[in-house]
Design a protein around this ligand. Structure first.
Ligand SMILES: C[S@@+](CC[C@H](N)C(=O)[O-])C[C@H]1O[C@@H](n2cnc3c(N)ncnc32)[C@H](O)[C@@H]1O
Length: 377
């Protein structure tokens, strides 16, 4: 049994815990920003390949007490790194801390890197090179007030990089956050789903991939492949395991009023291999009709941080409320935004508000049920 920690956008921890348990994780414990769990290597590989919600899966390799940088250096030097990865691998160290008394995390990072390299040099006469941009091996240190732990990153590139994103687009959602939003909406394949402000189509890709039972990590490599514990046979078996998905007719729709966004969405859907499951059209959310009598809407409107101004949005929301009432009776509409004025300004009462973080930015997922003739404040 090994100990792991899967990080995720804050707010998705309960969903992540359930997802990891369904992949075989044991002793699953939620903490802010992720989920700790136990399991064997099969569970670790499964979590990397199949988790739609995790950002990274970290493997705990040591724990220690400390009061200053000196203790952290000694703790890092006492780890048998040569057993974990080869000296030819390039290295990067990351430190994050909560309530740590240390003045400089940069200095702690440097000391840990020195300790790893010193340990290698003593044993082998050579040391791994540092590559901050594209390392083979990432060592993460987590520091609390007096306790710390070292982890090796089994994911490598973060797991929200699925390998299908074509263009940068305008303020795209991270893929794991998008998957979480679709899950929180309670959408079930077979029900109509619409993103009427789809931008690069992240929510659409994630919904289609989920419904088709596509492994989010099928097209990418992982950090564990660069570690000495890597079991190539086990990995090949896991990748080739059949997973049966119920075939249901998918009704997934996307629109945006910006033709460039639609181009991005089209490219992304094609790169993810799900374009045949999603119908795209250029339309203004204020004008368009609902594609079905009832369904689930998920949308991530501009929120005046990176695009759209606060004043423009204040004028837009009341019109949005009117359009929803007029065209989407019978729909459960979900808006993911950092603009907490949204429910008040659309003048519709949310049935639910789920706090979610987009990086450090506090956001909400508002669910607004449109029932003909009601809801108006
Ligand atoms: C924050 S972006 C959505 C990003 C998207 N969720 C993704 O992950 O790529 C907001 C999108 O809303 C679109 N938009 C803004 N006003 C709109 C309107 N009135 N009708 C339709 N789309 C609109 C913008 O063109 C932009 O693509």
């Amino acid at each position: 049994m090994e100990q792991f920690f899967a990080s995720s956008p804050r707010g998705l921890e309960p969903l992540l815990a359930a997802e990891l348990a369904s992949l075989g994780a044991q002793r699953v414990r939620e903490v802010p920003g992720g989920v700790a769990f136990s399991g064997d290597w099969r569970v670790c590989y499964m979590a990397n390949l199949w988790s739609r919600l995790a950002s990274r899966v970290l493997w705990r390799v040591a724990e220690f007490d400390y009061t200053g940088e000196g203790d952290i250096y000694e703790a890092a030097r006492s780890v048998d790194w040569m057993r974990l990865f080869a000296v030819e691998r390039t290295l990067r160290v990351n430190v994050s801390a909560q309530k740590s008394p240390l003045k400089s995390l940069d200095f702690a990072t440097l000391r840990i890197k020195d300790a790893v390299c010193d340990r290698f040099r003593e044993a082998l006469g050579s040391r791994p090179n540092v590559d901050r941009a594209n390392p083979d091996v990432r060592v993460h240190a987590f520091l609390e007030a007096t306790r710390g732990a070292f982890y090796l990153d089994t994911s490598g590139e973060p797991l929200f990089k699925r390998g299908w994103r074509a263009g940068a687009g305008e303020a795209p959602l991270r893929e794991n956050l998008a998957a979480g939003i679709v899950m929180l909406s309670g959408w079930k394949p077979g029900e109509p789903l619409l993103d009427p402000m789809c931008g690069g189509g992240t929510l659409l890709v994630e919904a289609a991939a989920m419904a088709r039972g596509r492994a989010p990590g099928a097209r990418r490599a992982f950090g564990f492949q660069k570690l000495k514990i890597f079991d190539a046979k086990l990995w090949t078996n896991i990748k080739h395991e059949e997973r049966t998905t119920k075939t249901v007719k998918l009704e997934i729709f996307g629109s945006d009023n910006d033709p460039r966004a639609l181009n991005d969405a089209r490219r992304n859907l094609a790169a993810a291999g799900v374009e045949r499951w999603v119908k795209l059209e250029q339309a203004d959310i204020l004008e368009r009709a609902a594609p079905a009598a009832a369904g689930v809407m998920v949308a991530n409107p501009p929120y005046g941080e990176r695009i759209g101004s606060k004043e423009e949005l204040a004028l837009f929301y009341p019109k949005l409320g009117t359009a929803l009432k007029r065209n989407f009776a019978g729909w459960r509409c979900h808006f993911f935004t950092a603009d907490l004025r949204l429910p008040k300004l659309v003048r519709l009462q949310p049935a639910r508000r789920v706090p979610l973080y987009n990086g450090a930015l506090e956001c909400r997922l508002y669910e607004i049920r449109i029932v003909a003739g009601s809801n108006r404040r």
